[in-house]
Design a protein around this ligand. Structure first.
Ligand SMILES: [Mg+2]
Length: 296
């Protein structure tokens, strides 16, 4: 065979190979909250314990802040770190890093990241974390699991002494919407190719934003305002559980196929209860109230 023939044959082979691997991927943005979505507790509690402030005291202050509605929902800790004399005097950057090492993560976050990235044939889900927690806490907790540039949290500026000086930005409440919009532009995905997972009040703004633009919202708690906005609610101590509604409703798999997929990663779905929660408050109709008063 002449050298030119070999060259032509090789070129055709390489082009074919490139075409084969160039199968179009459906590209999604998967954004997740951190506190109580990827973890079992709030960073604020772990931080308070670490610096010797009673957790009841943190809870009282955070609840007081939330009632004032002075800051975006979820930004109470950030505000306390900057303005509460006790927190400001005690908390340094290294404490935030240490909180990340102490906080209890849900199972299998690393596997969730890997499966979303390239484990589902024909799909790619870019995994980002959007949280009101200090970015140092999240980056430390997810070190080696989620790349630092995929993590958006509250960012502080520090004095030379190590004390917190100012807040550079916070991804709380509506701040999550702004961060998500920025990511959507950056990744060039349509609004219907966004998935948001969250557990609490600070997720309501962003969930409404995702929902009205035909995105997919998943709640991981039964907190009333969140589960009402979410398309699906999944309760599990394993982070992989959020794959179930994604595989069912986006990828379009049946239950058996999903079970087999989990089994291929050595995981058995032991219990799978599907319950739709209706939130109801009943009160007597006005006429009955009057009747009750008149017959009393
Ligand atoms: Mg949360």
């Amino acid at each position: 065979m002449r050298a030119i023939d070999v060259f032509c044959w090789l070129s055709v082979f390489l082009v074919n190979l490139m075409c084969m691997s160039d199968k179009p991927l459906k590209h999604y943005l998967f954004a997740s909250d951190f506190d109580q979505t990827l973890t079992f507790n709030d960073s604020g509690y772990v931080l308070s314990e670490l610096v010797g402030i009673p957790t009841t005291e943190f809870e009282r202050k955070a609840e007081g802040m939330a009632k004032l509605n002075l800051v975006q929902q979820g930004a109470e800790l950030a505000y306390l770190l900057l303005h509460d004399p006790e927190f400001r005097a005690r908390v340094r950057r290294e404490h935030l890093y240490e909180v990340g090492k102490r906080i209890r993560l849900k199972e299998n976050i690393e596997l969730l990241y890997q499966i979303l990235e390239k484990g589902i044939d024909g799909y790619r889900f870019d995994f980002y974390v959007l949280s009101a927690a200090p970015v140092e806490v999240i980056q430390s907790a997810l070190e080696g699991i989620v790349p630092p540039d995929h993590i958006y949290g509250t960012e502080f500026r520090y004095k030379d002494s190590g004390e917190i000086d100012t807040i550079a930005g916070t991804t709380a409440g509506y701040g999550k919407v702004a961060a998500l919009d920025q990511l959507q532009t950056q990744l060039q995905v349509g609004p219907d190719h966004i998935i948001y997972v969250g557990d609490g009040n600070s997720d309501v703004h962003v969930m409404l934003h995702v929902k009205v633009r035909d995105g997919f919202t998943i709640a991981v708690s039964e907190a009333r305002h969140v589960s009402q906005v979410a398309k699906r609610t999944v309760l599990s101590s394993d982070a992989l559980a959020v794959l179930v509604p994604i595989l069912e409703e986006i990828v379009g798999w049946e239950r058996l196929q999903i079970r087999e997929f989990f089994e291929s990663y050595g995981l058995l779905i032991q219990e799978w209860d599907h319950v739709r929660t209706d939130w109801l408050t009943l009160r007597p109709a006005a006429s009955e109230l009057v009747e009750a008063v008149t017959t009393d």
